[in-house]
Ligand binder design. Structure first.
Ligand code: ARG
Length: 624
């Protein structure tokens, strides 16, 4: 294969890259593939469709400027591209409209949902598909049972869902995993709280809220008990300093501790760790009910997990194995009865020190991640694993990746990547602070419904306004979240995100609905578009729109590199802006049948690309 990463049948721009590379190679005296790989996208359409920075070819002997000028002159007459524009050391290539329009519209109208995807990229060996596909685990969302689903979880869910869809679009075998926070002393507290305040009925009806209520109540009890314990400890300390007797006080303290919820929770959790059946059965029930509720909410975001893993599912044997290994390899060491990893000693000063095992022998959050990464590799043999977790946990992830590497498993650590993101500020509902995803989505949907009602005539045309408000609300939240670079935080702004103006989710939905409506009203037979007379598309607006549509497969490829949803969104907004300035010029209704059909082919292609982009982001495009 002359051009290893070229797929002309899936990506129209590859036809042009091959053509330009083949034409330029003899002029520069280099291999066509060398030119191919150096062709770049342009930032704006006035700079052409493809760009060649001549210095990147690293040709010796002549100045790049001179080389560029010569190539500009010698470039052969072509059916596909205009003579290149020489701009300093750059060659700008403009695609000739007529063949471009034919290739791009055909490709979109034929490939439909497949336009932009390329399942070849996921093959282990592109020349031998029988060797199977590359496997990726995307771990995301990962909320904590009985605790609020906070903004960090929301972002992880949105970004993770997107990354999973992106890898599926390029043919990887994707395994979506939710690693629940479902283990630890606090779940002993929850179980005891349930015995005190729980109701079977409430639990079944609304597990997430009920468990949270119970957790808040029992936590209060525990906090109330904390005060006298603290006081007593203080007193003992003072008395000791004064060298007075503390025997009675210590007895009293022991009694208080023994009776405290905290101690009871510790004991209960210990029984869970020891495998007590009743304790585990109750726990499993909380977990199962919570998961079934989570599933309903995730479905609203078009997300379905392949596996609900969780801290509780990390096997004690797996922890024992790594624990032994870390000790043997000298990665861990004892320190005041606990087991720690001192990263400084292993050449990773920035990672500080971390506790691997507490004094009382119990494992921690970090311990479980260290054991889990290994267990996942043994089970799935993934080619890549992505953890979508807030930047607040940068250190935590870096630590367990490093431990994995230090203990002799760099082949696993190398395959793992932390996709992080910044904080959302001020996420609250109109009724108060947000606790759960459902509350956020309901609240935004309510607001969206208000916004929709403002346009009475349009509102009346909608058959199920509640449903549309719900979809638009979800789009609003997601688009706001994905608009900036992941690492930047943002202010949760209900007003801004639900507006139909500006680069918002509702604006994207509006763009899609408008295209759908043109189709409904046009009375053009959509199955005949492939035979439309494209040559009637003469206007610069039509040409520029097609040039943008041609970029979509490249945008997807680029997104695989950035793993930024904003890469997709930026493109979609650019495309929808070009669309909205075209409507007055490229009219469908009232045009002659042939022209109408040609323009309809263009709009349908645009709708398809918008649809594909929105779906990749996890959005549900609406028709009305
Ligand atoms: N449950 C954790 C939290 O809410 C996030 C889990 C992230 N994933 C991991 N493998 N540690 O903070």
């Amino acid at each position: 294969m002359a051009f290893p990463n070229s797929y002309p049948s899936l990506n129209p721009v590859d036809i042009y890259r091959e053509h330009i590379a083949t034409s330029l190679a003899p002029i520069f005296g280099v291999e066509p593939s060398a030119v191919f790989s150096k062709l770049q996208w342009t930032q704006t359409q006035d700079k052409g469709d493809l760009l060649l920075p001549v210095p990147a070819l690293q040709i010796k002997g002549k100045k790049p400027q001179q080389l560029a000028a010569e190539a500009g002159e010698k470039f052969p007459e072509s059916d596909l591209v205009e003579k290149p524009v020489v701009a300093g050391t750059f060659l700008q290539f403009f695609f000739k409209p007529e063949p471009l329009i034919k290739t791009v519209l055909d490709s979109i109208l034929k490939n439909k949902k497949g336009y932009g995807t390329n399942s070849n990229l996921g093959l282990r060996d592109p020349s031998d598909p029988s060797k199977g596909r590359k496997k990726i685990i995307v771990e995301f969302s990962s909320p904590n049972i009985a605790k609020p689903f906070h903004a960090g979880h929301l972002r992880s869910t949105i970004i993770g869902g997107f990354i999973a869809k992106l890898y599926a679009a390029i043919g990887w075998d994707v395994w979506k995993m939710n690693y629940l926070g479902d283990w630890g002393k606090q779940y002993g507290l929850l179980a005891n709280g349930y015995k005190k305040y729980g109701s079977e009925e409430e639990l079944t009806r609304d597990p997430i809220n009920h468990l949270f209520d119970v957790y808040v109540k029992i936590n209060k009890d525990s906090a109330v008990q904390d005060a006298p314990i603290k006081e007593l400890k203080e007193k003992i300390k003072l008395n000791k300093e004064k060298e007075e007797s503390v025997i009675e006080l210590e007895k009293e303290l022991a009694g208080l501790i023994e009776e405290s919820e905290d101690e009871k929770a510790r004991k209960y959790f210990k029984s869970m760790e020891d495998g007590d059946r009743d304790a585990l059965a109750l726990w499993e029930k909380f977990r199962d009910l919570s998961i079934s509720k989570y599933k309903q909410t995730y479905a609203r975001l078009n997300i379905e997990f392949d596996e609900y893993a969780g801290e509780s599912k990390v096997a004690p044997e797996a922890i024992a194995t790594v624990s032994k290994e870390l000790a043997e390899t000298g990665v861990s060491e004892e320190s005041e009865g606990a087991v720690i990893v001192d990263f400084e000693k292993h050449g990773a000063k920035k990672l500080g020190k971390a506790i691997f095992q507490r004094k009382d022998g119990t494992p921690l959050y970090l311990t479980r991640d260290i054991a889990e990464i290994r267990a996942r590799y043994d089970k799935y043999h993934f080619d890549k694993m992505i953890y979508v977790v807030a930047a607040q946990q940068d250190l935590h992830l870096a630590q367990f990746f490093k431990v994995t590497e230090l203990s002799g498993h760099s082949e696993i650590a190398e395959k793992c990547q932390h996709i992080n993101f910044g904080m959302v500020r001020g996420m609250s509902t109109r009724k108060g602070t947000v606790k759960f995803l459902d509350d956020i989505l309901r609240d935004v949907a309510d607001k969206m419904h208000d916004v929709m009602r403002k346009n009475e005539t349009k509102y009346e045309q909608i058959e199920h306004p509640e449903q549309v408000a719900d979809t638009l609300g979800i789009t609003a939240v997601m688009v706001q979240d994905m608009s900036g670079k992941r690492i930047n935080g943002y202010d949760f702004n209900l007003e801004a995100m639900t507006s139909f103006e500006g680069d918002t989710g509702p604006y994207l939905q509006y763009a899609h609905a408008r295209l759908s409506s043109i189709e409904r009203k046009s009375d053009v037979d959509l199955t005949k578009l492939l035979s439309a007379k494209y040559s009637l598309l003469k206007e610069q607006h039509a040409i520029d729109l097609v040039r943008l549509l041609a970029q979509w497969p490249d945008v997807v490829q680029n997104t695989v590199k950035t793993l930024e949803p904003a890469t997709v969104l930026t493109y979609l907004f650019k495309m929808t802006h070009a669309l909205s300035s075209s409507y007055d010029i490229l009219k469908v209704i009232g045009s002659e049948p042939e022209l109408k059909e040609a323009r309809m082919a263009l709009y349908e292609a645009a709708r398809q690309v918008l649809h594909n982009g929105m779906s990749l982001l996890g959005l549900n495009p609406v028709e009305r």
